[in-house]
Design a protein around this ligand. Structure first.
Ligand code: KIV
Length: 242
């Protein structure tokens, strides 16, 4: 799709949402470890386990989407190439068609091993949510020359290692556009400006079903939490009436 049409990608963590987004023609569905926050109530993604990812991948895969179903390798599940391959195989056995992991050159042996095992791989550069504790927050990436150079080198390394797409999270828009122009594989941006080949959002942010926190860059399409609250209030008020 690169160069032909913008690639729409959304997260999906269960059967109904995967089925509905697939019916809407979303070509890339991600069982993201963001489910740790918006579904499981963890403070960040570092608490998500392989067992939890498998549970959600199985549910999403039961929708048998036409779109590509990718899944995140969770925190510390790809510390070595052997672990990366074994855990990628578990996600594939659960129904994922591709896996995603965070990082560039520091995980390149893992990416090569996953690719050699015949498992389609999506990279993830920029702000890496699984590193939020070391980094002390969610910071924009690519502002300094060093970060800029590092992003370019990481993106080239991931593409050479076999990644078929790269998510760019909170990357300075000019740098995201530069990476997009430089790479033969698609970039999927989140909070990285309009110059990427595609865009991904956490579906709960798009719909407003996690009303307690919405990232600044998200333009909500729906305020579903308000509608849900109003429906419950109406229903409660109707109880006992004929
Ligand atoms: O976990 C996730 O949902 C993600 C996307 C937001 C890119 O990694």
């Amino acid at each position: 799709m690169k160069g032909r049409e913008p690639i729409a990608a959304l997260t999906a963590y269960d059967y109904p949402m995967t089925r509905m987004l697939d019916e809407c023609g979303v070509p890339l569905l991600l069982v993201g470890d963001s489910l740790g926050m918006v579904v499981l109530g963890y403070p960040d993604t570092t608490h998500v386990t392989m067992a939890e990812m498998e549970h959600h991948v199985r549910a999403a895969a039961r929708a048998r989407p036409n779109g590509l179903l990718a899944a995140d390798l969770p925190y510390r599940s790809y510390d070595t190439p052997d672990e990366a391959v074994a855990n990628s195989r578990r996600l594939i056995a659960a129904g994922a068609e591709a896996v995603k992991a965070e990082g560039g050159r520091e995980i390149i042996e893992q990416v090569r091993a996953i690719h050699r095992a015949g498992i389609p791989f999506v990279g993830h550069l920029g702000m890496l949510p699984q590193h939020v504790l070391e980094e002390g927050g969610y910071h924009k990436k690519g502002r300094s020359d060093a970060e800029h150079e590092s992003l370019l080198a990481d993106a080239v390394a991931l593409a050479e290692a076999g990644a078929f797409a790269i998510v760019l999270e909170l990357v300075v828009p000019d740098v995201a556009a530069e990476l997009t122009a430089m790479l033969n594989i698609p970039t999927i941006g989140i909070g990285s400006g309009p110059g990427c080949d595609g865009q991904i959002l956490v579906t709960h942010d798009l719909f407003g079903t996690f009303p307690w926190f919405t990232p600044k860059f998200v333009k909500k399409q729906l305020n579903a939490a308000e509608q849900m609250r109003a429906s419950v209030a109406d229903w409660k008020a109707s109880l006992g009436k004929t």
